[in-house]
Write a protein that binds this ligand. Structure first.
Ligand code: ZN
Length: 420
């Protein structure tokens, strides 16, 4: 097996511990030693890390690999599957280029886009991060993503009537079938739209649209197949029912009350949470050139949702919830490749220290990606995904948004960029 030594780097191991100067040795696709000071090791490839910052690769916790510079749901539907697969492959490469060595798939615009690209990346035929492939969004009649109307029925599983960005189900039996199809087709993560959303005026974010029975069926079916379940859950009812049903990943979670916070805390060792603040931050502060001036985002309630997000996730940080960065990148105002901006949002909005924000991006993400627990930190036996950064991200997290500052990207022991 080939060996790679990164020597004399400032090592941030992903646990939140203080950095130290030392050597990391990689054998094959695993880290075989992390040593403070000079290890004296030799290797087939030696990279001088002097003055540079070595950290685990980052994990995008809510990836939509099939979204790229989109502006509306029609953009999800319009591309034919062939072109859409190429687009998805390009986005996967973009993420890797920007230091994201893993992408936890939230959902994709067509059922097999994440699956197909994951398979090509895993086979070494396309550049991209490790991917847990997301399913389609599964929703209920009248829920987020159901854009059919009586005069124009559209459901992505009814080809004769066109397509919809989401698969619409009603009742546990239809849910069972939808989840089994997603499992059969190779998805790793099943996505449920449990609450409303500010993009849908008839079902605002505080609405809970999917029933507990439907969520429970999805969880039981997905878990029987060894898959994970992610939920779009902005409302209190959505968060509570999702926790009762035993979902694995909760997205957004703006609204909360004391009981909901207690429930989240009680589940903190089995559930992950991604606030996905980037979408609303960019809509609120940078939306005007994209057709969303402040009057529009004000009317959508975005400012209020940001306030609720700050309240909930600041409290969840204090309670030790495993937060992940990322989410809903792929729109013109929130572009793919800019996900590392999320690190500073975690500091500014939720009170994380820079080191803690990096833990969310590395260790927490790695745990969500692999239940084996062997991804996301730099330690003996861990998978060798890491970044060498020119500069100190702990002093300036924005460095990680600059592609050229990430001077080496290693995934699974292979140097993707920055070989000496
Ligand atoms: Zn999303």
């Amino acid at each position: 097996m080939t060996t790679t030594l990164i020597r004399n780097a400032t090592i941030f191991d992903g646990t939140g511990a203080d950095t130290f100067t030392g050597d990391v040795l990689v054998t094959g696709n695993r880290i075989t030693s992390v040593v403070a000071g000079d290890s004296g090791a030799t290797a087939d490839t030696v990279i001088d890390g002097t003055g540079k910052f070595l950290m685990p690769g980052m994990v995008e916790g809510h990836a939509h690999l099939s979204f790229d510079a989109f502006t509306c749901t029609e953009d999800l539907i319009a591309p034919p599957p062939e072109e859409h697969a190429f687009l998805t492959a390009r986005v996967a490469q973009t993420l890797l280029e920007h230091g994201f060595t893993s992408a936890y798939g939230a959902s994709e615009a067509k059922l097999r886009l994440g699956v197909a690209v994951r398979n090509e990346v895993d086979a070494g035929r396309l550049p991209g991060p490790r991917i847990r492939a997301g399913s389609l969004e599964i929703t209920v009649t009248g829920g987020l993503g159901d854009e059919s109307r009586l005069h124009n029925p559209r459901n992505c599983y009814e080809p004769s009537t066109g397509t919809s960005p989401s698969q619409v189900v009603n009742g546990p039996e239809e849910m069972r079938k939808a989840v089994r199809i997603a499992c059969r087709e190779g998805c790793d993560n099943i996505k449920l739209d449990v609450s409303g959303d500010p993009f849908y005026p008839d079902i605002p974010a505080h609405c809970t649209t999917m029933s507990l029975e439907e969520i429970q069926m999805a969880v039981d079916t997905a878990h029987a197949f060894g898959k994970m379940v992610n939920v779009h859950a902005r409302s209190i009812g959505a968060i509570r029912n999702s926790l009762i049903a035993g979902v694995d990943m909760i997205y957004h979670a703006e609204y909360s009350d004391e009981e909901t916070l207690d429930m989240l805390e009680a589940a903190k060792d089995r559930v992950f949470v991604a606030p996905t603040i980037g979408l609303f931050h960019t809509m609120w502060h940078e939306g005007a050139p994209h057709g969303m001036p402040r009057e529009v985002t004000e009317a959508m309630g975005i400012g209020h949702l940001i306030e609720e997000s700050v309240k909930t996730h600041t409290e969840l940080r204090k309670r030790g919830i495993r937060h992940l960065i990322g989410g809903d990148y792929g729109f013109t105002w929130n572009m793919q490749g800019t996900q590392a901006r999320e690190l500073q949002y975690f500091v500014d909005y939720y009170g994380y220290s820079p080191a803690e924000a990096l833990v969310c991006a590395t260790r927490n993400g790695g745990l969500a990606m692999r239940r084996e627990g062997d991804l996301g930190t730099l330690a003996e036996g861990m998978l060798a995904d890491m970044l060498l950064v020119d500069g100190d991200p702990l002093a300036d997290l924005a460095l990680l948004t600059e592609r050229e500052r990430i001077v080496m990207i290693m995934k699974d022991g292979d140097i993707y960029r920055g070989a000496p």
